[in-house]
Design a protein around this ligand. Structure first.
Ligand SMILES: [Zn+2]
Length: 259
């Protein structure tokens, strides 16, 4: 199995080695490790060299952060250009849904035009280098992300930890975009409903680690083998065996990322 979305660079060094050692006997032998900025991209590249064939790095800028300066962005894009051959995808990129909500609560404004322009620069890069994109775009932001994908003629898009309206889900499924489920598939009604309706061959499983989960994982460090529980949950929603679910999810991830 492959954890389709994790921030491996955000774990402590000693924890990373333990995590890789522990996950392989449990049946998880691949990770898509996404980046939040230039420093994070460099760390993920180094980790992919340390664990070749296991850690597959994506490079990008996480949208739930303050905007980068022009100089920071120029440095990140030129570094990505130089290291494009090592990059499995462009990500994590997208739109700042939670940051926007927080700023609105605090009574301040967010420059959405600038975030859209930033996303478009990464989409342009992905198109130019023929790379898939890993998107953080939930609820109404996903509609905007769909518009931008169409504008840039990008077909290979993975909306990680997706949540959104029915019409958006339908549009994404029709366009053949992929989504992935985290351990919240075990207890979130909204996500269970989504899993019921989304095409079988367009879904993956992820931890978004080290993001902490509640329920049966409360108080535990998030680790890639947790995707096996997500696969179990998906299997019972689809009324298929666990083995069939694992095969399908693995095949989907391999097809999307070309691994
Ligand atoms: Zn993430």
């Amino acid at each position: 199995m492959i954890d389709a979305h994790i921030h491996l660079d955000q774990y402590e060094d000693a924890a990373i080695d333990q995590l890789i050692k522990k996950m392989r006997p449990s049946g998880v032998d691949g990770l898509i490790s996404v980046s939040t900025n230039l420093e994070s991209s460099k760390t993920n590249l180094a980790l992919s060299k340390l664990y070749p064939g296991i850690v597959h790095p994506a490079f990008g800028f996480h949208p739930e952060n303050p905007l980068p300066s022009q100089e920071e962005l120029r440095q990140l894009l030129s570094w990505m250009q130089l290291h494009a051959q090592y990059m499995i995808a462009v990500g994590e990129i997208g739109l700042p849904y939670y940051l926007r909500r927080q700023m609105t609560r605090e009574g301040s404004d967010i420059d959405m035009t600038a975030y859209v322009q930033l996303l478009e620069q990464f989409l342009g890069f992905a198109k130019q280098h023929d790379k898939p994109v890993v998107l953080h775009a939930v609820y109404e932001d996903a509609d905007l992300a769909c518009d931008l994908l169409e504008k840039h003629h990008i077909h290979k898009a993975h909306f990680h930890w997706f949540k959104g309206a029915k019409h958006t889900v339908q549009r994404m499924a029709e366009r053949g975009y992929y989504i992935s489920f985290t351990p919240d598939l075990l207890n979130e009604a909204e996500i269970i409903e989504l899993a019921r309706s989304y095409p079988l061959d367009r879904v993956m499983v992820e931890t978004d680690g080290p993001w902490p989960f509640k329920g049966i994982f409360e108080g535990q460090l998030t680790q890639p083998p947790m995707i096996l529980e997500v696969a179990h949950a998906w299997a019972s929603i689809q009324k298929i065996t666990f083995e069939a679910a694992c095969l399908q999810l693995r095949e989907n991830t391999r097809r999307f990322y070309g691994i």
